[in-house]
Design a protein around this ligand. Structure first.
Ligand SMILES: NC(=O)c1ccc[n+]([C@@H]2O[C@H](COP(=O)([O-])OP(=O)(O)OC[C@H]3O[C@@H](n4cnc5c(N)ncnc54)[C@H](O)[C@@H]3O)[C@@H](O)[C@H]2O)c1
Length: 264
């Protein structure tokens, strides 16, 4: 048990990667406060955790609202008497280039993905300092490492998350708080399938798969295992870093001419 009796908050835990992280943390012995803006998704995750025989609770919070974030952190500390781990996972995906995207969509994307990461970290760090330290894991994206067509606000927000990670790591290393991020590529979650419905679009799916050296999309659990590593003592000397979990998406130009031409 790598997280035995650690207390964690996972934001956006009502779906996809956040849910997988909450379930994996519980398997490793942690107490998890499940948080999400979506009540039914959050309650569903709670049901799944209780199904594993572990007590947990749901706290609804919109990560872009400071007051709700403060209440979420207080709820975890009131219930479990401390806070060891924060996973900043909640995010929205929005599409559009500079001409398509409205100011409202830009503001909302930055508010949830980037300001949300800042707010949750701000109030969690205050508690972690009181109890002698902690760990923060931020879920960024490969889109924060590279330009990406028609994903202006999302990509900008995730680039921001990667640099917030580094700044927090520097500022709080001597408070015994480690801060790292994870950059997934295409992971099979509602966010991914909602953005690209590949049903009946075999040529597009094939093209997308070809961008991954491993020729497959990732599973939420494959990100969750990395979050366990970063939250646990196994990574005790790692802070301010970014782990890419992408099936080889970022490692080079993956398009294989022979494959495109159907030679293999
Ligand atoms: N799925 C992918 O391919 C992929 C790739 C790279 C990065 N990511 C990142 O992984 C993380 C999880 O994504 P996912 O694919 O599981 O998405 P998802 O849409 O399945 O889950 C996101 C969760 O965040 C919640 N959420 C949205 N806005 C919120 C808010 N304001 N406050 C609190 N909760 C809010 C949603 O209700 C949802 O439960 C996100 O940070 C995402 O950017 C995903």
């Amino acid at each position: 048990m790598k997280l035995k009796d650690k207390v964690a908050i996972v934001t956006g835990a009502g779906s996809g990667i956040g849910r997988a992280i909450a379930l994996e943390f519980v398997k490793e012995g942690a107490w998890v406060l499940v948080s999400d803006v979506d009540h039914s998704g959050g309650e569903e995750t709670v049901k799944m955790i209780r199904g594993q025989g572990k007590e947990t609770s749901f706290f609804p919070a919109d990560v872009s609202q400071a007051e709700e974030v403060q209440k979420m952190v207080s709820a975890a500390v009131e219930r479990y008497k401390k806070l060891d781990i924060l996973v900043n996972n909640a995010a929205i995906n929005t599409m559009g280039d500079s001409q398509m995207i409205t100011e409202e969509v830009w503001d909302k994307t930055i508010a949830v993905n980037l300001t949300g990461t800042f707010l949750c970290s701000k109030y969690a760090i205050a508690e972690m300092k009181n109890s002698g330290g902690g760990v923060i894991v931020n879920i960024a994206s490969v889109e924060g490492l590279s330009g990406f067509s028609n994903q202006l606000a999302y990509s900008a927000s995730k680039g921001g998350v990667i640099n917030v990670t580094k700044c927090l790591a520097i500022d709080h290393a001597r408070d015994n708080i480690r801060v790292n991020s994870i950059c997934p590529a295409d992971i099979e979650t509602p966010m991914f399938t909602g953005y690209v419905d590949l049903e009946g679009l075999e040529p597009i799916k094939k093209h997308m798969l070809m961008q991954h050296a491993m020729r497959r999309f990732g599973k939420p659990e494959e990100v969750a295992r990395v979050a366990v590593f970063l939250a646990s003592e196994d990574s005790s000397y790692i802070t301010g870093t970014n782990l890419i979990v992408d099936g080889g998406w970022m490692c080079g130009k993956n398009l294989d001419p022979a494959e495109i031409l159907g030679w293999k």
